[in-house]
Design a protein around this ligand. Structure first.
Ligand SMILES: [Zn+2]
Length: 300
């Protein structure tokens, strides 16, 4: 019985030694394997399945490849769309022209809402929210000195997908020399571009004045002067909320451009009237686009 006991004792000792050795090796090799991470050869059947074009793995790999192509194509299209949006150039037939509305081939009920004199502290964000709720993109004709005052709102207008036009730097009504007109347009354009990346060649003259040197200079620079076919008269202190809605509904027509204001004074009437106005225009079957989109529709 001594031998088996001894054997058992030796066996136990040797097993303990093996366990210690294995533990020691594991203790060393585990951190090493964690840091080195050697490549583990895939099982043979995995390799075979990968090489077989009819295997599910191959099919999935193919689908992923197709999806990657589709994804890349979508990203490229979105990038091109964004570049067009940021660098919209007026179609040739409108360059150096003054436009009040656009003649659409099929007289489709499409109009452009435009907002002047912003950005403005309270009205512009409120109007942006109303437009977002209604899934409408509009065009904002910005005053340079207001852009300087409200750079974040300017950026918000662009990031929310709206178009930008130039509405001069100082919004004055006097006569301009060429040099002064150059400053009015180009200082505004440069600041808008610096803040948003947008280059615009749409110009709306302050108060719609066509003969004080600004429009002449804008035309010379291949801008299109964008007027309007439906004036809400929201700029008039005598206009009521209902009155400005009626003003638009009376004058609205396919290819029309609607004049509203988001800045330059208290625009609470415009903000209050806008949801109702949009709802009435939708009831009449109108769709809404930006001025660049409207110009491109006529181009087509
Ligand atoms: Zn104005």
């Amino acid at each position: 019985m001594a031998e088996p006991r001894l054997f058992t004792g030796q066996y136990k000792l040797s097993m303990i030694a093996v366990a210690i050795t294995l533990g020691f090796i594991a203790g060393i090799s585990l951190p090493i394997s964690r840091s080195v991470k050697p490549e583990v050869a895939p099982p043979v059947n995995w390799l075979n399945r990968q090489q077989n074009p009819d295997s599910n793995i191959s099919k999935v790999t193919g689908l992923i490849g197709q999806q990657n192509q589709t994804y890349k194509k979508m990203v490229a299209e979105l990038a091109a769309e964004e570049a067009r949006r940021l660098n919209f150039s007026v179609p040739v037939q409108f360059q150096g022209k003054t436009i009040e509305h656009v003649k659409l081939k099929d007289d489709s009920k499409t109009i452009a809402l435009t907002f002047d004199d912003g950005p403005w502290s309270s009205a512009t964000p409120q109007i942006l929210d109303i437009l977002k709720e209604n899934n409408i993109k509009a065009t904002f004709f910005l005053v340079g000195k207001h852009v300087q005052r409200y750079p974040q709102i300017t950026k918000q207008i662009v990031t929310e997908g709206h178009a930008i036009g130039n509405h001069s730097w100082s919004h004055q009504y006097h006569q301009y020399s060429t040099a002064a007109a150059d400053r009015e347009l180009n200082n505004t354009a440069a600041l808008v571009h610096k803040l948003t990346g947008v280059k615009t060649t749409l110009f709306r003259p302050p108060a719609g004045i066509l003969n004080n040197g600004l429009v002449a200079y804008a035309h010379q620079q291949k801008y299109a002067a964008i007027m309007w076919s439906a004036d809400s008269k929201d700029w008039s202190i005598r206009s009521t909320e209902k009155g400005l809605i009626d003003n638009v509904l009376t004058a609205v027509k396919p290819g029309g451009i609607v004049l509203l204001h988001d800045g330059g004074g208290n625009r609470s009437k415009t903000v209050q009237a806008l949801p109702k106005l949009i709802s009435e225009l939708k009831k009449r079957g109108y769709q809404f686009v930006t001025v660049p989109e409207l110009l491109e529709m006529e181009e087509k």
